[in-house]
Design a protein around this ligand. Structure first.
Ligand code: SF4
Length: 218
């Protein structure tokens, strides 16, 4: 069992409390709609939070249900979500997913990890985001590049792929923190434990952190 896991998470929460929430958590909290969480998460892949926020807002203002989005032309979806990364591919995929939700799931996002993973373009991270921030499951942890990097630097896991990190974290994180992991670690990774040269000198975890793989810090 990793020592001090609760302390580590509390310290991450403490030092990110004055930063804005990660965009997907925000959309989940504001809309309480798994469909919007799913679509925003697809838009967010390889895209900055601010761009995702505006693209989601434009898209949902025009169409906010699977039926309404499915009625749009791919070209219209492209224009609404531009400039998110890979907007052309994402526009086609979003329309396709809306069609599948209408056809197979009564226009609802399935509250089931295996069914979610059947949707094209939905990998483990997106599935876990939808389960955690759309359906408020506390049995899932969404691991992205920030969660993976920070968990390894801290030495709470020793893994080479995000998927391995997900399964290791599920073993060691008390469930009450599952919701915080992606949300807080993303903010922490964007602002303090950044990919290159993290701000260790001002990090409250400096004494607890093994800094594995950190070559330069500030
Ligand atoms: S001490 Fe440095 S490497 Fe460790 S969590 Fe803080 S910023 Fe990241």
């Amino acid at each position: 069992m990793v020592k001090n896991i609760e302390l580590i998470i509390e310290l991450i929460k403490k030092q990110t409390e004055n930063y804005e929430n990660a965009i997907i958590t925000e959309i989940g909290d504001l809309t309480k709609d798994p469909f919007k969480v799913l679509i925003s998460c697809l838009l967010s892949l390889r895209t900055k939070d601010a761009t995702t926020a505006l693209a989601s807002k434009r898209l949902f203002a025009a169409a906010d249900t699977p039926e309404k989005i499915f009625k749009l032309d791919v070209k219209q979806i492209e224009e609404l979500i531009y400039p998110v990364g890979f907007y052309k591919t994402k526009a086609g995929r979003i329309k396709e997913i809306c069609g599948i939700l209408i056809e197979n799931y009564n226009s609802k996002v399935p509250n089931d990890e295996n069914e979610l993973l059947k949707l094209k373009g939905v990998g483990r991270k997106t599935m876990n985001i939808v389960m955690t921030y759309g359906f408020k499951s506390n049995n899932h942890i969404a691991v992205d590049t920030h969660v993976h990097r920070i968990s390894n630097r801290l030495g709470i896991v020793k893994t080479s792929k995000p998927e391995e990190t997900e399964f290791e974290l599920l073993k060691i994180i008390p469930k009450k923190y599952n919701y915080d992991i992606n949300d807080r670690f993303v903010v922490f990774g964007q602002n303090i434990c950044v990919p290159v040269s993290p701000f260790c000198s001002k990090c409250k975890l400096n004494k607890n952190c093994k800094k594995i793989g950190v070559k330069n810090s500030r």
